[in-house]
Design a protein around this ligand. Structure first.
Ligand code: GRF
Length: 217
């Protein structure tokens, strides 16, 4: 089976992008990172991608002012020109309209630094500490129009430790992100993930609920 062509969309340092690039170096991995696309010309991840010999493109949202539709048309044109099969959002800090999301049904993934449905949105580690949760983590999910809400493909948990700060906790969660994103993309690229009634089945088995996860770190 030919490898799926993946575009990774970034806005910043791109450590999840780097984890996907690393995984895809293995010729047996079912996806290749064909493109890294940034909405910010100064995203640090662009250097990492170029150093790895991966095609990069910039679609600067600032050039489109408030015209989201025009920005997304430009994104879509770039994705089409690179013959992209799957899109991975990895710290891509733009909200996408339902129209654009609808072009990529079950073909666009996102990573979120919390155990969804808990802590949607920003500042997840700070809010997890404030809520004094015992277990925190990260989620890879399909993108749907509603933010941080799509069917969950994979989650990884970390135990919240006494004395944790936002920095310490986010570092442990990030480590888990770098493990689950390549895994989730692999499952999707292999065609092993199906969405039924808003939930992912992997090889026909529902993804376990976050409450049943054993912390990885
Ligand atoms: C990650 O924590 C990711 O979960 C969130 O944004 C951060 C991006 O980090 N969506 P990086 O650019 O992948 O290093």
């Amino acid at each position: 089976m030919s490898r799926k062509r993946v575009a990774v969309l970034i806005s910043g340092r791109g450590s999840n992008m780097a984890a996907l690039i690393e995984a895809a170096k293995d010729k047996k991995y079912p996806a290749e990172i064909a493109l890294v696309l940034s909405n910010r010309p100064d995203a640090g991840g662009l250097h990492v991608a170029r150093a790895a010999g991966i095609a990069t493109e910039i679609v600067d949202h600032a050039a489109f002012g408030k015209d989201r539709a025009a920005f997304e048309r430009a994104l879509q044109a770039v994705l089409t020109s690179h013959h992209i099969d799957l899109v991975c959002l990895a710290g891509f800090m733009r909200l996408l309209t339902p129209g654009f999301v609808g072009l990529w049904p079950e073909r666009m993934l996102n990573i979120h630094p919390a155990l969804l449905p808990a802590f949607k949105g920003l500042d997840t580690h700070k809010r997890a500490l404030e809520a004094a949760v015992k277990v925190h983590g990260a989620t890879v999910h399909f993108v749907v129009p509603e933010m941080d809400s799509g069917p969950i493909i994979a989650q990884g948990a970390v135990a919240v430790r006494a004395g944790d700060t936002e920095e310490k906790l986010s570092a442990r969660v990030l480590d888990v992100e770098h493990r689950i994103y390549p895994l989730a993309l692999k499952l999707v690229a292999q065609g092993r993930v199906r969405v039924v009634d808003g939930r992912c089945l992997i090889d026909g088995v529902p993804v376990p609920d976050a409450s049943s996860l054993v912390p990885l770190a």
